[in-house]
Design a binder for this molecule. Structure first.
Ligand code: 13P
Ligand code: SF4
Length: 338
């Protein structure tokens, strides 16, 4: 079932960069607003380094999608400020319904979320009602509400192994590359939805092979949303946090990294002496589409964060009905122990 191609995605206009002088003032004002509002900033690794730095300097958090959800759920702040894409804000709201959850922008979506609409997904489930429904966190609250399990890439293989050991057949959505990777790792019976991430889908096998020749001692780190033939060239495959750990622990001096470039901020902290090289994508300069940067993650900027506080906007709301349905598969994700 192929619903959408990357050409169909309405890419947002890239945000304007602020000067260093303005940036310092924005940082200070945002830090003050967070404190005055008893709010904590939780940022994904793919967001602009300015936001990651602000989160670090204000007692907030930078992490992968599972860690972000867990951090928000156990933090005592009244307000969670989620710098990431919309599904991350919705997940935080569903796990902490009594907290105010706001985001620098509500326009930041995800191609996996867009590519898995509620109505079509419901029909897919109805046609395959003998299967356990496992969905990736990168989906809407409405899609999660139809699932038996919600998972992220950091626990995907282990959860599916567990379900396979119970003899369950799986319906997987939405990322076909991640689904195929899990299927290969576990041997589980999985029926895959045909979705993809427009950023990871652009990493290229041949160009990566050439890059490996150029840097023969480099290790290749790949996020499993990448195509199968790119994963095959990897020395390490894993979620964003797992890739950072691989960079920290590797004895190699160079890393070729196939995931969003935003991860370099934290990866370089974890491996300060290593050279990080972005894996090649389709096209270059004006001809590349995402250029290893999620256009929606980059919509989170210091200036729209400041405006959220000033104008009291961009709050996430999820209906009680959806929360009560999605909470069970979400809790399974949060409570899952490898
Ligand atoms: P992680 O769960 O590894 O943080 O990935 C989220 C994501 O959106 C990857 O594109
Ligand atoms: Fe979605 Fe891909 Fe962006 Fe991650 S990088 S949020 S999967 S579009």
């Amino acid at each position: 079932m192929s619903l959408i191609t990357s050409l169909d995605f309405p890419f947002p206009v890239p945000p304007k960069q602020v000067s260093t002088a303005l940036k310092q003032g924005l940082m200070e004002r945002c830090a003050r607003k967070l404190k005055e509002n008893n709010a904590v900033l939780i940022a994904h690794y793919y967001t602009d380094p300015d936001l990651q730095e602000l989160a670090e300097n204000t007692g907030g958090f930078v992490g992968d999608s599972l860690e972000m959800a867990k951090f928000g759920a156990r933090h005592s702040a009244d307000t969670l400020v989620i710098a990431g894409v919309k599904f991350m804000g919705e997940t935080s709201k569903m796990l902490s319904p009594d907290k105010r959850v706001i985001m620098p922008t509500l326009e930041a979506t995800c191609s996996l979320d867009i590519g898995c609409p509620e109505k079509e997904f419901r029909e897919f489930i109805e046609q395959n009602s003998d299967r356990t429904v496992v969905v990736y966190a990168n989906t809407s609250a409405a899609v999660k509400a139809m699932a038996d399990w919600v998972i992220t890439s950091s626990i995907a293989v282990d959860v599916v192994k567990h379900l396979d050991s119970l003899g369950e057949k799986i319906l997987w959505a939405p990322d076909k590359h991640l689904g195929r990777y899990i299927q290969k790792q576990t041997g589980a019976d999985m029926l895959l939805w045909d979705g993809h991430c427009i950023v990871h889908d652009e990493f290229k096998h041949l160009a990566l092979r050439n890059a490996k020749q150029l840097y023969p001692n480099a290790k290749v780190l790949v996020h499993p949303e990448s195509p199968d033939n790119v994963i095959q060239l990897a020395d390490h495959v894993g979620s964003t946090s797992q890739l950072i750990e691989a960079a920290r622990n590797s004895s190699a001096e160079q890393m070729i990294v196939a995931t969003d470039k935003g991860i370099f901020y934290k990866m370089q902290q974890a491996a300060p002496e290593k050279e990080l090289i972005i894996a090649p994508t389709t096209g270059e300069g004006a001809t590349c589409k995402s250029c290893a940067q999620c256009p929606w993650m980059k919509m989170n900027q210091l200036n729209n964060l400041e405006m959220v506080f000033e104008q009291e906007k961009n709050e996430i709301f999820v209906s009680q009905e959806l929360i009560s349905k999605a909470l069970k598969p979400l809790k399974r994700m949060v409570d899952f122990k490898k």
